[in-house]
Design a binder for this molecule. Structure first.
Ligand SMILES: Cc1cc2nc3c(=O)[nH]c(=O)nc-3n(C[C@H](O)[C@H](O)[C@H](O)COP(=O)(O)O)c2cc1C
Length: 206
């Protein structure tokens, strides 16, 4: 692990529970270079209908407007930036059983054919293969693996499916649940998550 990108999926800043645990984990990992990407304060490239149609025009050699070229240059830079890291830590809050829209937007911008994956008759090849990802997933409800309601966790399942699609199979997770309820239950969840983060950092170092 040499270059680590911390993708912050929560807009809650220092009050974010997933971020608190992610920061502790990153401290323990002692990686040479760490960059934090706060999605709440980062302007992402435009990814609207014109941009999507423009992709086909560009592929098929048709002329496109300057803003379409600019949008795709921005998307290309975003993917290139993402792929310049070998390790990712994602702070991922559960929002309506899935991930917050800002994180989903980042994933939609990144997941471009030819940039993040290729597909042909033999199947899909993820271009981020060989990298490592750690998911720090938080949620108000205690639906950790093995708990009642765990089947509602589309947040962790989606993140793992997406990472696999772009080629990342070395995936680890820390669960931070429940983050709402009796203060002693929330405190116990935090302490459990910090202990899991410490154990994971030790295992990855060894
Ligand atoms: C829009 C929104 C939707 C949410 N949906 C869920 C949910 O479906 N399940 C759940 O357990 N918690 C849900 N929560 C609670 C958050 O997951 C919880 O507050 C968590 O701690 C957020 O992570 P953070 O502290 O890192 O921001 C939701 C919160 C918000 C703001």
């Amino acid at each position: 692990m040499e270059r680590l990108l911390h993708v912050m999926g929560s807009p809650r800043g220092v009050r974010s529970r997933s971020d608190m645990v992610a920061r502790r984990l990153i401290e323990r990992l002692a990686v040479a270079e760490v960059e934090a990407l706060d999605l709440a304060s980062t302007a992402l490239p435009t990814f609207d209908g014109t941009t999507i149609e423009g992709r086909y025009d560009l592929i098929e050699g048709r002329e496109v407007r300057a803003e379409v070229v600019e949008a795709w240059e921005g998307i290309g830079r975003t993917v290139e930036h993402f792929l310049s890291f070998d390790t990712y830590v994602f702070s991922v809050p559960m929002w309506n059983f899935g991930v917050p829209w800002r994180l989903k937007q980042y994933i939609d911008v990144l997941t471009q054919p030819g940039l993040a994956f290729t597909a042909d008759a033999t199947g899909v090849t993820g271009l981020a293969a060989g990298r490592r990802a750690i998911l720090v997933c938080s949620g108000a409800l205690d639906i950790r693996p093995g708990q009642p309601g765990a089947e509602l966790d589309f947040q962790t399942a989606f993140m793992k499916a997406w990472l696999g699609f772009i080629g990342i199979t070395d995936v680890h997770e820390v669960q931070v649940r429940p983050t709402y309820g009796a203060p002693e239950d929330v405190e116990a969840a935090m302490q459990r998550a910090y202990a899991d983060a410490d154990a994971l950092a030790a295992a990855l170092a060894g």
